[in-house]
Design a protein around this ligand. Structure first.
Ligand code: FE2
Ligand code: FE2
Length: 172
């Protein structure tokens, strides 16, 4: 009978679909290590320390940068500082929401006596932030933390604006 043949066919295919359990762990790792909530909280606290750094760095640079060519960016640096403050608040809320404790560490603040070097230090920080937040968005996505992903996307957009402001001031 055709029906019996069909059942037999399905049963016969079943063993072929099995894969050796060892294949999941054997061989070199491919792709990024899977993220865990604990590891994500650690990364977010590193990001938070760099937001505190950026906040302080912009306050100092806005006060001491000199030269008429930097009049416009001097005003922008003070605005950036306020936006980094907002990022620190957002990250702290997200870390708490994930069950972590927001840190109070400050990454190393970059200073210089040379106005152009200050802007280069600020740009370096922004490019680093853009790369970090892109990675963090992917990690939030992996953990299906969609509220966090949204908060990080908002931060990323502002960091991209900061980088553009600095690139314009540096004629890059
Ligand atoms: Fe920021
Ligand atoms: Fe920024």
């Amino acid at each position: 009978m055709p029906k019996q043949d069909s059942k037999a066919g399905k049963a016969a295919r079943k063993p072929a679909a099995r894969r050796p359990a060892a294949s999941k762990t054997a061989g070199p790792a491919t792709g990024p290590a899977p993220i865990t909530k604990a590891r994500l909280i650690d990364h977010l606290n590193d990001d938070l320390a760099k937001e505190f750094q950026a906040l302080i760095q912009y306050v100092q640079h806005a006060a001491v940068i000199t030269g008429p060519q930097y009049d416009a960016i001097r005003v922008e640096l003070a605005v950036h500082s306020n936006e980094e403050h907002a990022h620190a608040i957002s990250l702290s809320e997200q870390i708490d929401f994930l069950g972590g404790t927001p840190g109070v560490d400050v990454a190393t603040v970059q200073v210089s006596k040379d106005s152009k070097v200050m802007l280069e230090q600020d740009l370096e920080g922004e490019l680093d932030a853009i790369a970090r937040y892109k990675a963090r968005i992917a990690q939030a996505e992996q953990l299906q933390e969609y509220g966090l992903r949204r908060a990080l996307e908002d931060i990323l957009m502002v960091e991209e604006e900061h980088a553009r402001d600095l690139q314009n001031a540096l004629d890059l």
